[in-house]
Design a protein around this ligand. Structure first.
Ligand code: DX5
Ligand code: ZN
Length: 251
């Protein structure tokens, strides 16, 4: 089955003085999930928004899915407030949660979809025991804290690994990527298996927000349409490897 590609505009790069209007423009351009970066100045070296901003956006935008990415210490203390403010999805960092299983269940108990996030230096296998209970896994492809950073290519391997594990274990979590998603990276990101594409700088920083979102989504969907499903990709790799083995044996 072809995966459903969704664009999640990240308001971190929006003009905060016109937040509602800019968020709406990104959604009109095809974004279906609004990505809201919450930073506390401790877990990451930056401070952004809290529940009141989420609640105000919810009044302006009643329908879109709000994806709250908590880059904070002690997320359990704030999950109820973000749920109350209008979050639909709440994700927490594996690195910030001593009792990750409990935190993910806490998110669900407040009526939200639970997601887990890993930093660029965190291996995928640390998530092995929570993959059954998460709605989405968010792979950070930059070190969290700031927008407009360079995409870290190692995250492609992580996406492929997650897609393989999901396939092998018959699980249903979705794969989201965050950081450096732009026209020059989105093709390989989608081909690796990412489905929810967070993009801040590429959508909000210059030009027309609506058009930026449309162009990025179009590029992502056309890459997805031409990419082979993981099983066929693995078969092609195996074939390539066996051909090169044959060549090596002949020389
Ligand atoms: C970074 C944030 C991202 C950020 C991505 O810590 O989690 O959501 O907005 O920004 P771009 O798309 O500019 O790399
Ligand atoms: Zn984010």
């Amino acid at each position: 089955m072809a995966s459903v590609i969704e664009l999640a505009p990240s308001i971190l790069s929006a003009n905060f003085a016109q937040l509602g209007a800019e968020a709406k423009a990104a959604l009109e351009g095809g974004g279906t999930v609004l990505h809201l970066d919450v930073m506390d100045g401790h877990f990451v070296p930056n401070i952004t928004i809290g529940p009141p901003v989420v609640a105000s956006l919810r009044k302006t935008i009643p329908d879109a899915t709000f994806d709250c990415h908590l880059m904070i210490e002690n997320p359990d203390e704030f999950i109820p407030a973000f749920a109350e403010a209008g979050a639909n999805w709440i994700s927490v960092h594996q690195e910030a949660c001593v009792h990750l299983d409990r935190t993910l269940h806490l998110i669900e108990s407040h009526g939200c979809k639970a997601g887990v996030v890993i930093n660029p230096a965190t291996p995928v296998h640390l998530l092995d025991d929570v993959l059954e209970i998460v709605h989405h896994v968010l792979v950070m492809s930059v070190n969290p804290g700031f927008g407009a950073q360079h995409f870290i290519p190692n995250s492609l391997k992580k996406i492929e690994t997650l897609a393989r594990i999901r396939d092998a274990r018959g699980l249903g979590f979705r794969i989201e990527i965050d950081g450096g998603v732009a026209l020059d990276t989105v093709g390989e990101i989608v081909r690796a298996g990412a489905e929810i594409l967070v993009a801040g700088n590429a959508v909000f920083s210059r030009g027309d927000i609506r058009e930026n979102a449309q162009t990025l989504l179009r590029a992502a969907r056309s890459a997805a349409a031409t990419s082979r499903p993981p099983r066929l990709r693995r078969a092609a790799t195996a074939l390539r490897n066996s051909k090169s083995d044959l060549r090596r044996r002949r020389t």
